[in-house]
Design a protein around this ligand. Structure first.
Ligand SMILES: [Zn+2]
Length: 207
């Protein structure tokens, strides 16, 4: 009834369980299973592979004036509101290192937070932005990324590592805003800045 293949990988198990009842014996087929041969091992993706991923870029907008954002909808509608109840730092955050960028926390001894720490979903647009800025002769400056405490408002996506604040000395901020949009961030804001910080690009991603 059941055959075993010559290589022995496909074993079939028929487990018959007999249960005595007062008037009959009921037979259950508990399971027929196949044991699969082991999968060929796949090499883990390393940074070299990620660099080689070609991501289609969005078209650059013709302008991106200070004080405007893209798309022209609220950030919470586009990137999704913060939800610290489902957010898990250990599961959701990753560490990005790239020598072509400048990281604020590496240059501020009084800073206890790490600007290399971002949400998984933010990695690819960030890496792409670093690349596009470098191609234009600039160095992307990562000013703020994951900020679990204070600094940003209570609903800030920085608290989930889904937002990042960027500047660049070599390029106009409007140009950087266009690049961030091209690189695939879901929501990009060319911020005027406030009393606490100067003009910068705030960019965020959906979970
Ligand atoms: Zn921000």
């Amino acid at each position: 009834m059941y055959q075993t293949t010559h290589n022995g990988w496909m074993k079939r198990h028929v487990v018959m369980l007999s249960v005595g009842c007062t008037s009959a014996i009921v037979v259950f087929f508990v399971g027929v299973s196949r044991i699969q041969p082991p999968q060929g091992r796949h090499e883990a993706l390393d940074m070299m592979d990620i660099d080689e991923v070609v991501m289609p870029l969005r078209q650059a907008p013709s302008s991106f004036p200070r004080g405007t954002y893209r798309p022209n909808r609220r950030e919470s509608e586009v990137s999704g509101a913060i939800d610290l109840g489902t957010f898990s730092p250990g599961r959701d955050l990753t560490y990005v290192e790239d020598d072509r960028a400048w990281w604020e926390s590496d240059n501020d001894s009084g800073d206890t937070e790490c600007d290399h720490t971002v949400h998984h979903s933010l990695r690819l647009p960030l890496e792409t932005t670093i690349q596009l800025v470098a191609e234009r002769g600039g160095v992307l400056k990562v000013q703020d990324s994951y900020r679990p405490h204070l600094v940003h408002n209570p609903k800030s996506l920085h608290k989930e590592g889904r937002a990042i604040d960027l500047t660049c000395n070599e390029l106009p901020l409007e140009e950087l805003a266009k690049i961030c949009w091209q690189a695939g961030f879901d929501w990009v804001y060319h911020e005027k800045g406030s009393r606490n910080n100067g003009p910068h690009i705030h960019a965020s991603v959906a979970r």
